[in-house]
Design a protein around this ligand. Structure first.
Ligand SMILES: *Cc1c(COP(=O)(O)O)cnc(C)c1O
Length: 395
């Protein structure tokens, strides 16, 4: 049977793999030979499920958005990841990975972060599990995202500002990889999205797959069938989208729509539409689509949303695009901002600016009235209030 899941060598079609320095070979091999066994074990499942329920607050509701549905002429359900502890889907992944790290006998956790959401989710589970936590963050991002830096520090993490390159997410990731190379025996690297060398993309997708597992049950209850006609999610590295589609990806009845950040327009030179603008290359251990110049230099992505401006994309998503399994839409800053205000006024939900990109896709689609649409609201908008206030004031 044709499948869009990872193959035994860690590839999704031509994308994926593990392109790593020699010194990390044992770490990655160790992880590769351990992760499935742990994730599928009875004791892991039990502890993971209990924490997701009692600590994160799962299952997250599947909310029928009546007024949004009327506006777009379909039955639109919102998967409310914004209601999770720490305000987004990222905690699903960090809880899973810290349980794995503990099982593997690791005592020190490192992570990279851009907007700071993954850093906060990692610092949170490190506090919970009493583990040392070091978060690498570009200096530019440290200055832009001070509240998240303060949260990480309050949670007990050490935040290290990274001064190389453009001092943003790509550079923080390089620095985290460098740290891992120096401390391979006691350190576990919690990657925040479906990126990096195999097995990370598959592991993160599995940990986030609780989202689609719940959608199936919730749709059966509300619509009498497990599958929707459409799934819509935003993509930065791809983890909330991967979780949303995981159990539906091989079911061709379900149409998949991925919203990437168009920035000021995909041909403006200020964009983060990696899938549409990217060319195949190797970034942070995986072969995938990357925003790069003619001679292979990484091009700095731009988006109003700090959580979507990664110059690469998960190999799963690169392959969904190459195989025409997903529709990819670029949503510009303005379209996302308008969609955020629209959801707020129609449903009383202030979404994260990342999630607003998924909402911005609705405008660009044609539905039948009986279509069942599930759109993942990956996070809440508290962290984006300055962006929203500035936008309103300048209009
Ligand atoms: C980090 C983040 C994203 C983007 O990351 P993915 O791995 O693509 O999901 C989207 N939404 C929110 C709220 C985030 O914090």
């Amino acid at each position: 049977m044709k499948t869009y899941q990872v193959d035994e060598n860690g590839y999704y079609g031509e994308f994926g793999g593990a392109y790593i320095p020699e010194i990390l070979y044992h770490c990655v091999e160790d992880l590769k030979s351990t992760y499935l066994q742990v994730l599928e074990s009875e004791s892991f499942r039990k502890e993971f499920d209990t924490l997701l329920r009692d600590y994160v607050g799962r299952p997250s509701p599947l909310y029928f958005a009546k007024r949004l549905s009327e506006k777009y002429g379909a039955k639109i359900y919102l998967k409310r990841e914004d209601l999770n502890h720490t305000g987004a889907h990222k905690i699903n992944n960090t809880i899973g990975q810290i349980l794995l790290a503990r099982q593997m006998g690791k005592t020190r956790i490192i992570a990279e972060t851009g907007a700071g959401q993954h850093g906060v989710a990692t610092a949170t589970v490190c506090a919970l599990m009493n583990m040392e936590c070091v978060v690498y963050m570009g200096k530019t991002d440290v200055e832009r995202q001070m509240p998240n830096v303060k949260k990480m520090e309050m949670l007990g993490a050490t935040v290290i500002p990274v001064l190389s390159g453009n001092m943003t997410l790509k550079d923080a990731t390089n620095e985290a990889i460098r740290d891992w190379c120096c401390n391979p025996s006691d350190t576990y690297y919690i990657i925040g999205s479906t990126v990096g060398p195999h097995p990370y993309p598959d592991m993160v997708a599995r940990l986030q797959s609780v989202i689609s597992e719940e959608i199936k049950k919730q749709l059966l209850e509300k619509e009498g069938r497990e599958h929707p006609d459409y799934l819509i999610a935003c993509v930065g590295g791809g983890s909330n989208a991967a979780g949303t589609i995981y159990h539906f990806v091989d079911d061709e009845r379900v149409k998949i729509v991925l919203a990437e950040a168009g920035g000021k327009g995909i041909h403006s030179g200020m964009s983060a539409a990696t899938i549409q603008l990217g060319k195949t290359g190797i970034l942070h251990g995986a072969r995938t689509l990357i925003m790069q110049s003619e001679d292979g230099q990484i091009e700095e992505p731009y988006s109003v949303s700090a959580g979507l401006d990664y110059p690469g994309i998960g190999p799963l998503h690169a392959n969904l695009h190459a195989a025409n399994r997903a529709v990819i839409l670029a949503i510009d800053d303005d379209e996302a901002l308008n969609a955020a205000f629209e959801l707020t006024r129609l449903e009383g939900i202030i979404p994260a600016i990342e999630s607003a990109h998924a909402l911005g896709a609705l405008e660009k689609m044609k539905f039948k009235p009986e279509d069942v649409v599930v759109l993942t609201v990956s996070g809440r908008g508290d962290k984006d209030m300055d962006t929203y206030i500035n936008y309103k004031n300048n209009k």
